[in-house]
Design a protein around this ligand. Sequence first.
Ligand code: AMP
Ligand code: ZN
Length: 117
Amino acid sequence: MPAEILENCIFCKIASKEVKSRIIKETGSFIVIKDVNPVAPVHFLIISKKHYASVNDIDEGFNGEEVFKTIKELAKEYKVDEKGFRVVINTNNDGGQTVMHLHIHFMAGKTFGWPPG
Ligand code: AMP
Ligand code: ZN
């Protein structure tokens, strides 16, 4: 098992395909899946293949450019680039993070309010 895969981490298992899921998109460093409990008509998770518990743990190997490229592609492919979308990274307790494996929420198909509450 590669060092970056944590044994009891659900997103490590999904990213390494040990647990089956419908992968929407795959890049060198990320996979994109549908959120199992969507809060918007379009709700994807961009999941790092390498295990980082949160943004606090990312290192020089983290490909931020690829994240933004993936966001841009998703927006175009799902035709929400013009109307808009929201990207969120919940981090630790105050950020509302529940799965301790870095992931980026991509949400669209509704009008989000601000502040988020
Ligand atoms: P958070 O850690 O708060 O940023 O959110 C974790 C998100 O992962 C939630 O929106 C869950 O609905 C979603 N989630 C948890 N387990 C799975 C899974 N097995 N497949 C897809 N989405 C999941
Ligand atoms: Zn993990």
